[in-house]
Every structure is written in structure tokens, then in C-alpha cells.
Design a protein around this ligand. Structure first.
Ligand SMILES: [Zn+2]
Length: 433
């Protein structure tokens, strides 16, 4: 007998009498949006810069102080807190059934240099507020709950990578934006790089992971839709494209005798834009860097290396676009009397969110009368690392004007509160499954 059936029979027996209040009839608790806003402002004091944003780069003093404040708020939320070997902040709340795998909420509080007050912070402080709401409403989940504040997201999702994939010695030795190696940075934050392997988790260790984040693009703000259901985090591929022509005197070489590597590169760059736009979808393609040799007013460019980037949720689409671009560029290069080669330099596979969790997020938003839009994430997130080992879901809220990684980054308090309530309701729904 399901609840509705139970309810109906009870009604039948009781006639029009008031029903006794059963536990499942309780009103869903709500987060305290004002507290999230206060904590955002307080966190924004650490690494605050004159432009109004923050420079709270991972492994700096500002990062460490900001994390200390966050740890305090985690304790106030009745979480038992600690720092794992990777330097992530971890808060636990026990569930009714300790044999169940934990449900995870998380994000990050480090920033890019001269970043804003919302990227990562909104999701982190909302996750803590959700835990606090569970505590104050005496809501005990079936699953254990973990709130994770991952270290160094902006420098390559380091803390979450340690959990989802593991960090290699080479990765630990890499120098981060702070000037410290990742290894020294982890020590600086209270982790233990010698035990880094202990934080790694296997498939099946995590029931589900949820992350609330600002969109960092302008899709939701333009459409005036308060909640984004993230389809996945796009895959990224980079190529170094080298065009070899012939460097010669710019004054004495006639126009029809040139093998101008930059001219060919320019035509190829145009082709990248045309090809990416020629098919429907949300794929993006960019040439964002270029090096011209020898690089003089009076010398025809002999060699050009440019960086090609393609992003999409579907690996196959990236592959097809690349083949089309490559084919066109080979033709252009032949016509220009040059040679062209493509060297792949980065491959990040797309990380899709879990379809059932997407439905839960949409249902949670509907329960709050909030419209939703399904969209991909063009930016990287900690969720992509956890997606390698567990079902994940991501909730986006609007970024005003689509601005992010800037002191001008802004999300409205009401949108943040809505996002946090959707996060809470999605968590409660996942706890039942
Ligand atoms: Zn972020």
C-alpha cells in the first residue's frame, strides 16, 4: 500500500475528521537565505581587493583564513568537521542507516586572481546552509551526509581530482598559481600529501554528489529562468596547429610568390568559427592564442603556431568538427603553399550528469514554482571529477550579465536562496531512493 492509498483508506475510515499529523506530512524545511548572503559577505572579506572582488588563490594566506571561517560555519551547522589528506574540508552528519553510502554536497572557496564573490562560494555556503537546515528542523536523513569544500578548484580541480581519480607524483610536484607546489599547498592547508591515496574513492563509495553553482554564462539571466539543470560538463580538446611557410623579404617578394604562414592561419581561424557555427547545438570553438615567427613588420611570416580549442557535451561531435576543420585547413594550406600540422595537447572527456538526478532537480524546482532550463556547463567544476566515480547532479543559478571570474560577478540573493532550496529538496528526494 503506498502513501496515497493509505491516506485514502484512512480518510474513508475517518470520514471528514482531521487526520493525525504523520511524519511524512511535515512541511519541507526551507533554508535561511539571509544567512547565506551574510556568510557570502563575510567570506568576501578574505582576499578582498579594491575592485570589489576577491583574490583568494588556493594555498595563499587569504585562502587559509577563508577556509577557517568556513570551518566555523560548518561546525555551527552541527557537522563534525575535519581536513582530509588532500586538504579538502569535510563535514559529516550521520544518517539513520549507517550501511548506506553517503550523499555528498560540495563546491570550492578558492578564487582566480581578481575573481568574484560568487564562483564556488555560493555552492559551498549553500551546502553548509542545507546541512544547518537539516539540523535546525531535526531532519535526519537515511544516508550519511558529507559536505565537501574542495581545495584548489581554480588551479585544475585538484582536491576533487584527488578523490575521483587520484593525484600523481608529477601532479603533486606541479607549481600552482600561489608559487607553492601542489604538495606544499596541501601541507599548508593542513592536509598530508604523503597519504594522498587515502582520500581516493571507488565507484560505489558515494550514493550521489550534488553541486550548486553560479552559471558563469548569460543563458539563464537572458531567459529570466531562475534554475538551470546541468546536463553535463563539456569535454575540452586542444590542438597546437603549426603552419610552415617561408620567411622572406616583405619589400621584394611579389604578392603572388609568397608562402605566408599567417595568411593561411588567418583563413583557418575563420574556418574554425564557420565550421563550429555550421551545425546546430551548443558547441563552441575558439582560437585564443597565436605565435608568429619571426614577427617583424618587414618579414613575411614563415611560421605560425596557434591554439585551437573545441568544447561540447558529446565527444563524437568534437571529433567530427575537428575532422571538418582539419580537412578545410589542409586545403587552405595547400593553396597557400604552406604545410599545416595538428598536435593534440589536451583532452578532457565530457562528464555527464545523472538523468535521474536531473529529474529530481527539475521536480524540486517545480515544487517551489521555479522554472527550469536544461543546459550544459561550458566551464569546469569539481562535479566533473566526482562524475568519474558516482552519479552527480548540478544546479545552476543566474549570473547577472553572464559575468564571472571578475569582481563584477553577481548573483541576486533571491536566486541564491532559490538555488539552495532546490539543493535541499533534491537532497531530500535522493535520500528516499
Ligand atoms: Zn567554480
Amino acid at each position: 500500500m503506498d502513501r496515497r492509498e493509505f491516506h485514502r483508506r484512512l480518510l474513508g475510515a475517518a470520514g471528514t475528521w482531521a487526520l493525525p499529523r504523520l511524519p511524512w506530512q511535515g512541511v519541507t524545511p526551507r533554508v535561511d537565505g539571509a544567512r547565506i548572503t551574510q556568510h557570502l559577505a563575510a567570506l568576501g572579506e578574505f582576499g578582498k581587493n579594491p575592485q570589489g572582488g576577491v583574490s583568494r588563490v588556493a594555498y595563499t594566506e587569504a585562502d587559509r583564513q577563508g577556509r577557517d571561517a568556513v570551518l566555523g560555519w560548518m561546525r555551527e551547522a552541527d557537522l563534525s568537521v575535519g581536513i582530509d589528506a588532500a586538504g579538502n574540508l569535510v563535514g559529516h552528519r550521520p544518517g539513520r542507516d549507517s550501511t548506506l553510502k553517503p550523499l555528498l554536497l560540495g563546491s570550492h572557496v578558492d578564487s582566480v586572481p581578481e575573481g568574484g564573490n560568487y564562483d564556488g562560494d555560493v555552492g559551498s555556503l549553500s551546502a553548509i546552509e542545507v546541512a544547518r537546515t537539516l539540523a535546525t528542523s531535526n531532519t535526519q536523513l537515511r544516508h550519511p551526509l558529507e559536505v565537501l569544500i574542495f581545495q584548489n578548484e581554480e588551479g585544475g580541480t585538484i582536491g576533487s581530482h584527488a578523490i575521483g581519480t587520484g593525484l600523481t607524483t608529477a601532479e603533486l610536484d606541479r607549481v600552482s598559481q600561489s608559487g607553492k607546489t601542489i604538495r606544499d599547498g596541501i601541507r599548508f592547508l593542513g592536509g598530508d600529501p604523503d597519504k594522498i591515496g587515502s582520500v581516493r574513492r571507488a565507484r560505489g563509495d558515494i550514493a550521489a554528489y550534488l553541486e550548486l553553482h553560479i552559471e558563469q554564462g548569460g543563458v539563464l539571466d537572458d531567459a529570466k529562468i531562475p534554475i538551470g539543470v546541468v546536463l553535463g560538463i563539456v569535454g575540452i580538446r586542444h590542438w597546437d596547429v603549426t603552419v610552415e611557410g617561408f620567411a622572406n623579404h616583405a619589400g621584394t617578394t611579389p604578392m603572388n610568390r609568397r608562402r605566408d604562414a599567417l595568411l593561411v592561419a588567418a583563413r583557418c581561424i575563420d574556418i574554425v568559427n564557420r565550421q563550429v557555427r555550421s551545425v546546430p547545438g551548443r558547441q563552441v570553438g575558439t582560437v585564443g592564442r597565436i605565435r608568429v615567427e619571426p614577427g617583424a613588420y618587414n618579414v613575411i611570416p614563415g611560421r605560425v603556431v596557434f591554439g585551437l580549442e573545441l568544447r561540447d557535451l558529446e565527444e563524437a561531435k568534437i571529433r567530427e568538427l575537428f575532422q571538418a576543420i582539419r580537412g578545410e585547413c589542409l586545403r587552405i594550406s595547400r593553396e597557400g603553399g604552406t604545410t599545416i600540422s595538428f598536435q593534440e595537447s589536451l583532452t578532457i572527456a565530457p562528464a555527464l550528469t545523472d538523468p535521474a538526478i536531473r529529474r529530481s532537480i527539475a521536480a524540486a524546482a517545480r515544487g517551489l514554482n521555479l522554472k527550469t532550463l536544461a543546459l550544459p556547463s561550458g566551464a569546469g567544476h569539481d562535479a566533473q571529477e566526482i562524475a568519474r566515480i558516482a552519479p552527480v547532479g548540478m544546479i545552476f543559478i543566474p549570473s547577472v550579465g553572464g559575468i564571472s571570474h571578475s569582481p563584477k560577478e553577481f548573483s541576486r540573493p533571491q536566486d541564491i536562496e532559490n538555488g539552495a532550496n532546490v539543493l535541499l529538496r533534491t537532497l531530500l528526494a535522493l535520500d528516499k531512493t
